[in-house]
Design a binder for this molecule. Structure first.
Ligand SMILES: CC/C=C\C/C=C\C/C=C\C/C=C\CCC(=O)SCCNC(=O)CCNC(=O)[C@H](O)C(C)(C)COP(=O)(O)OP(=O)(O)OC[C@H]1O[C@@H](n2cnc3c(N)ncnc32)[C@H](O)[C@@H]1OP(=O)(O)O
Ligand SMILES: Cc1cc2nc3c(=O)[nH]c(=O)nc-3n(C[C@H](O)[C@H](O)[C@H](O)COP(=O)(O)OP(=O)(O)OC[C@H]3O[C@@H](n4cnc5c(N)ncnc54)[C@H](O)[C@@H]3O)c2cc1C
Length: 596
């Protein structure tokens, strides 16, 4: 299995390299080789970006060509057995020895072992290691080091390195995630990635970057990438589920009628059409986020880090919500396919196991939403002090006078309704924190006592951002389209707004003048819209344009030969090679004869 995966991975990598394409394309083409993940994902997904983001030009000149030509194969080893979220609590140490101009890497105890890095188990020979940097007896916090862990000729672990694979997981079982321990392992001073901080030969620590969190830059990049990846993942799952729902016929609502396509059931449309809308919403939002990210990078190249806090808040909540929505909606696609959706050959289990992992890695859902909430509360306080708000928080102004937003059920009105919900929930958090402080709590405890509300406020802010971006970008991008295309894409973005308005009626009742009658109208409009989208449903997923080789699904292939493909795959199962398993003779027959 591992050998096959590595072969496929290299065919994929070298093939794309010959075409001179970039790593985002690599990730897309790798889908044609892997149901789950490539063992080289971390090499291009984090090892290379970290060299670019954390190394000086001289260090890049040394390491980047080796990495891009696959002369070295890397991964990103930050998480440890004992810590993943709390980076400042990482235990691996890198202590500078000025007498030899080396860092000594140590794994102090079991919980300090690096754990999880993709490709570390058997594939990588180098890795980025986040370790607590000590020099002249002072700890300067976690810093990135580039470390060779295996001999590039023999692939044997180097002396002082303990490395291996962490074992089977819910998914990602082709990524050979590994563990890594150091026993007084020495690396040259120059292996500290020195773009943001340096250690001179005599051991003097020199802080270069103005912003203390640039070491976390690779994670921001990956979080931005993941939003796009989730759109792609969900688009695959809903292609499979909608095509299958067009083939599958089941039950007899009317005695004298043939069994209908299950796609004709309103409940099936309710399960699946939000998945089509969400794939579009996340794709458009991810492109908007990428443009925001590149703008912040440009500012930072000019030495201006003022826009970094908003990017961190946006990338955190969008990564959290996109991965959470995708995991839930892929499972919904699986539910919509009945028993056959549970078959591995449908590819829905693999898509789910991949998506649900993203809710955790690159920043746990709750933790990242609390990071966004931290920014929202700070922004509210700055607004109270009369300071300007950042663009994505302009809506907070409307809440200043505390008046309730009047409900307007037009698409633009619903977007404003979500702004009001976000503003109201952030304001409620600020009020809760202040109440606890007035009752004698310190700020940290008052914050902790409000974290359930803070997670909700961050989700509301993120939903408001997605709704606004989805609506605006759909209008902008369809301006030149034919009336037919414009109408269908407008239906999808309106469906997204109606769906979430119905999901959040409690908040809208609390923070706008929404009435019970308005809710009845929303429900009726939503159901009518499902029926309108039905005739275009298969065309909409065909428009995602996935080849069968990429979908890898017995249920979702373009030709609709579902039952034939299910049987073809079943007959390939090893258990079907012989009519009678040898377990019958070894165990079952003796048992039947009372001989066990
Ligand atoms: C498979 C997908 C396919 C394609 C996608 C492409 C590539 C994929 C490649 C790999 C994916 C596969 C595997 C995943 C790999 C990993 O999981 S790597 C490990 C990821 N680990 C994490 O994400 C850890 C999460 N934890 C953190 O980020 C931090 O610990 C924390 C932010 C939660 C807390 O950090 P602290 O240092 O404690 O900071 P704080 O006290 O909370 O805040 C202090 C101030 O710093 C600001 N800040 C924090 N983080 C950032 C940041 N990243 N950027 C900018 N600013 C940041 C924070 O806002 C505070 O600012 P104030 O002004 O409020 O003080
Ligand atoms: C498939 C996969 C691949 C991975 N690949 C890599 C890799 O290549 N390299 C790498 O370095 N890491 C990798 N990771 C590790 C990943 O980054 C961490 O698992 C992730 O950051 C979560 O950290 P944790 O596991 O310590 O969870 P924890 O943070 O321990 O989470 C446990 C619980 O505690 C809660 N919690 C934690 N802190 C707080 C808080 N401050 N407030 C409220 N609740 C809190 C969480 O919400 C969660 O409910 C991978 C993980 C997975 C699943």
């Amino acid at each position: 299995m591992y050998g096959q995966i590595v072969r496929d991975g290299l065919v994929n990598v070298t093939g794309i390299e010959d075409l001179g394409l970039t790593s985002p394309v690599l990730q897309r083409t790798s889908d044609a080789f892997f149901k789950e993940i490539s063992p080289f994902l971390l090499h291009f997904g984090m090892f290379v970006p970290t060299i670019i983001g954390q190394c000086t030009p001289e260090q890049q000149a040394k390491w980047l060509p080796l990495a891009m030509d696959l002369k070295i194969i890397g991964t990103y080893a930050q998480t440890e057995l004992g810590h993943g979220t709390f980076i400042r609590g990482l235990e691996t140490t890198a202590t500078y020895d000025a007498s030899t101009e080396q860092f000594i890497l140590k794994t102090p105890k079991l919980s300090s072992y690096k754990w999880w890095a993709g490709g570390l188990g058997k594939t990588a020979n180098h890795c980025i290691v986040l370790a607590q940097l000590y020099t002249k007896g002072v700890c300067h916090g976690p810093h990135p080091f580039i470390v060779q862990i295996r001999d590039t000729e023999t692939h044997m672990p180097l002396p002082g390195i303990k490395v291996g694979e962490i074992g089977p997981k819910l998914g990602f079982n082709t990524a050979d995630n590994g563990f890594l321990g150091f026993e007084d392992f020495r690396i040259p001073r120059e292996n500290l990635m020195m773009k943001n901080a340096q250690v001179t030969k005599d051991g003097t620590y020199v802080k270069v970057a103005r912003h203390g969190k640039l070491t976390y830059g690779t994670m921001v990049f990956v979080r931005v990438m993941l939003v796009s990846d989730m759109a792609y993942c969900l688009a695959k799952a809903v292609t499979i589920a909608v095509r299958y729902s067009a083939v599958r016929r089941q039950s007899q609502p009317k005695p004298d009628q043939p069994e209908p396509q299950v796609l004709d059931y309103l409940t099936q449309q309710h399960k699946l059409f939000i998945c089509i809308s969400t794939a579009h919403a996340m794709k458009l939002t991810s492109t908007w986020l990428w443009n925001t990210f590149t703008g912040v990078l440009a500012d930072m190249r000019d030495g201006n880090t003022d826009t970094l806090p908003e990017l961190h808040a946006l990338s955190s909540c969008l990564k959290a919500i996109s991965t959470s929505d995708t995991s839930a909606l892929i499972e919904q696609c699986r539910f919509a396919c009945g028993g056959h959706g549970y078959m591995y050959s449908s590819n829905l289990p693999a898509l789910y196991s991949f998506a649900t992992a993203t809710r955790t890695y690159e920043g746990d859902y709750t933790v990242l939403l609390l990071q966004t909430a931290r920014f929202l509360v700070k922004s509210w306080e700055q607004m109270d002090e009369g300071k300007p708000l950042t663009p994505t928080l302009a809506y907070l102004e409307q809440s200043r006078n505390g008046s309730q937003v009047s409900w307007d059920d037009s698409p633009e009105g619903i977007v404003r309704g979500f702004d009001a919900v976000a503003a109201g929930r952030i304001g409620a958090c600020v009020k809760s924190i202040r109440k606890h402080i007035n009752n004698g709590m310190d700020y940290e405890d008052a914050w902790q006592m409000t974290t359930v509300q803070l997670v909700g406020a961050a989700e509301a802010h993120c939903r408001a951002v997605i709704c606004r971006v989805y609506r605006d970008e759909t209008a902008r991008l369809t301006a030149g389209c034919s009336p037919g295309v414009k109408a269908v894409l407008d239906q999808l973005s309106t469906l997204y707004l109606l769906y979430w308005a119905l999901e959040r009626t409690g908040d809208l009742l609390r923070f706008s003048s929404l009435s019970e009658r308005d809710i009845e109208n929303l429900q009726a409009r939503y159901e009518a819209l499902l029926l309108k989208i039905r005739p275009n449903a298969v065309g909409l997923v065909d428009a995602f344009d996935f080849r069968d080789e990429v979908l890898m699904s017995t249920l979702g292939s373009y030709d609709g030969r579902v039952y034939e493909r299910l049987m073809e795959e079943a007959l390939k199962t090893p258990l079907n090679r012989e009519p009678v398993s040898d377990s019958f003779h070894k165990y079952i027959k003796p048992m039947m004869q009372g001989k066990l």
